[in-house]
Design a protein around this ligand. Structure first.
Ligand code: AMP
Length: 146
């Protein structure tokens, strides 16, 4: 019996995410279930922790355009329909968790980088999702060059 019915792959389009993509694809095919994609764009004001003194409207539009293009390119490669692709704007972990909950996702797949020092203290996206998701989470270990 399949373990999962809806898998959500969270992608930041980094070079090392190929490992994560392949793992999500394999999980979806072995469970014969739906695979969805999510990419989140964090507004510059969130990334920098406050209001930005210049108008960032054009930059946000460009980021959104690029995000949409990359998401549909990846969706094409994985044969994922557009309805299952989520391009969200906001706080990354919050948006991933919200989309997972609203769409009855039962497995979230993320990459997990081996981080040390300050970034470990501050916590990563994978960490936040592992701690707050209501469903299972697969954190795929990724290393530079893989
Ligand atoms: P990080 O904690 O930033 O090193 O990212 C770990 C993993 O979280 C990535 O491999 C992705 O699976 C996911 N992730 C990070 N940033 C984003 C993003 N902007 N949109 C969707 N998923 C993301």
């Amino acid at each position: 019996m399949p373990l999962y019915s809806h898998i959500l792959l969270a992608t930041d389009f980094n070079s090392e995410t190929e490992t994560v993509i392949q793992r999500a694809k394999a999980m979806a095919s072995s469970n014969q279930c739906t695979l969805s994609l999510i990419h989140v764009i964090e507004p510059i004001s969130i990334a920098y922790g406050g209001e930005f003194p210049i108008d960032l409207g054009d930059l946000h539009k460009e980021l959104e355009k690029q995000g949409r293009e990359r998401l549909s390119e990846l969706a094409g490669k994985l044969a994922i329909p557009e309805a299952n692709c989520y391009l969200e704007i906001g706080l990354t972990e919050k948006e991933i968790l919200r989309i997972a909950k609203d769409n009855s996702v039962d497995l979230i797949v993320v990459g997990s980088h081996s981080k040390h020092g300050l970034s470990l203290l501050l916590g990563s996206t994978a960490n936040a999702i592992l701690h707050h998701a209501e469903c299972d989470v697969l954190a795929v270990r990724v290393r530079k060059g893989k």
